[in-house]
Design a protein. Sequence first.
Length: 439
Amino acid sequence: MRGLVEAVEAVPDREVYGRVVGVRGLLVEVAGPLGAMAIGGRVSIEAAGGRETPCEVVGFQGDRALLMPFAPLEGVRRGCRAIVGAAEPGVRPSRAWLGRVVDAMGDPIDGKGPPKEGPLLYPFRRSPPPAHARKRLGAPLDLGVRALNTFVTCCAGQRIGIFAGSGVGKSVLLAMLARNTACDVAVIGLVGERGREVQEFLQDDLGEAGLARSVVVVATSDEPALKRRQAAYLTLALAEAFRDEGASVLCMMDSVTRFAMAQREIGLSTGEPPTAKGYTPTVFAELPRLLERAGPGVGAGTVTGIFTVLVDGDDHNEPVADAVRGILDGHIVMERSIAERGRYPAINILKSVSRTMPKSTPEERRPLISKARRTMATYADMEELIRLGAYRPGSSPEVDEAIALNGPFERFLGQGKEEATRLGEGYAQLASILGVSET
Ligand SMILES: Nc1ncnc2c1ncn2[C@@H]1O[C@H](COP(=O)(O)OP(=O)(O)O)[C@@H](O)[C@H]1O
Ligand SMILES: [Mg+2]
C-alpha cells in the first residue's frame, strides 16, 4: 500500500521546465523555475529531434541552475527545454533483479527486458541508518577463501577494502567471494572498468551460478562521470533494498578509486578547488557517505561491504587509499610480487588486517592463528638472508621452523579460482600444518 501511494505521488501533475541558456564544458546552465530544482534532482533536456538528455542538478550560480549530463550533449543548444524531473531519483528493485546486469540508471543491459519493479523507491543517494539504531556486527562470515577466513576473519556487516595494483587479481578474488560467501544475495558494482573486462568478469570469473544470486551494476570507463558515480550509488541502493527485506547481502565495488575519480571530475567541472592529487574536497566528503551505507541495518538484514582500491605504483599512501583505509573496518593487501611467483590470491597476510579480530576468531583458535602469523613474520624477516644463503640452518630453531613451514603455508594461502574452503576446514588445515591436534 505504502508503495502504491508513493508511486502515485511521484507522478507529476504538471510539467515544469526551464530553458538552456549556456553550456560550459560539461556544465549546462539552465534558467527558469529554480525553486523546483534541488541538488541531486533530475532534469531532462530536450535536444533537437526530440532526443532527451538526462541531467543532474549539481549546483546553482546566480539565477541559474548548473546541470551535468548522463549522456553526451550533442544536439543541445540555447533555448532547449529543460524539463524538471524527480527531486530524489532512485530505483524500485525486487528479487526479480537477481541474475541481472544493469547500467547506472538501473536499466538492464543483458538484453533480457526490464526486470519486475518492487513496491518501494530506493533513492540513489541515501544516508546510512542512524548510528544508534544500527544493529551490531553479526557472526563471523564464511567467505569461502581460506586465507581470509583464517587470517582476516570478517563478520557479517563488516566493511573491508582490497588494496592492490592493476592485474594482481582483484576481480578474480571478488568473483570467488561472490560465488562462495555464505550470504543470500550479492550486489556487484563494476565502476569505471574497461568494457572488455566486464564480459570477462561475468563469463569467466563470476559464471552462471555466481550471477544467479547477484545483481551486477556496470558503468564502464568511457561513460560520463555522473554515470560512473551513480553506478556506485545504485550498488549501495540495491544492497539496502535487499537488506531491508532481511537478507544477508554481500556488496562489492570494483573500484572505489574510480568512484573517487568520477567525483573529482564532477567537482572540478563545478569549480571546486583541487587538493591532494587533484582530488577535490567533495571526494573526501562523499567517500564516507558512500561507504558508511554498507553495514548492519536496523532490522535483521545486513550489508557486508567489500571495496577494491587501486594502489598503482604500490603507493599505499595515495590520498584515496588513505581516506578509504580510515573509513573501513579492515584491509586486504594484495601484492604484485606474490602474484608474480604464481601464488593466487596474492594476499599479503602480514599486511592485511580485520579490525574485528581477534574477537571474530573462535577463542580456541586464537593461539593457532597467532602462532601461524608469528612463523610467517619470522620467515618474512629472514627471507632475504635465506635466499642469499646467508642463514646457516640450525642457528635458530624458530627460523628453522619458519623455513620448514613456508612451503605448506604458501600452499595453504593459495587457492584455485574454482575452489571453495569452508570456515571450519580452513582452521583444520592450518592446525594440521602446525601439527596441533584438533580439539
Ligand atoms: N585465483 C587465481 N588463480 C589463478 N590465476 C589467477 C587467480 N587470480 C588472478 N589470477 C590471474 O591474474 C590475472 C589478473 O587478475 P584480475 O583479477 O583480472 O586482476 P585485477 O582485477 O586486479 O586487475 C588473471 O587474468 C589471472 O590470470
Ligand atoms: Mg579487475
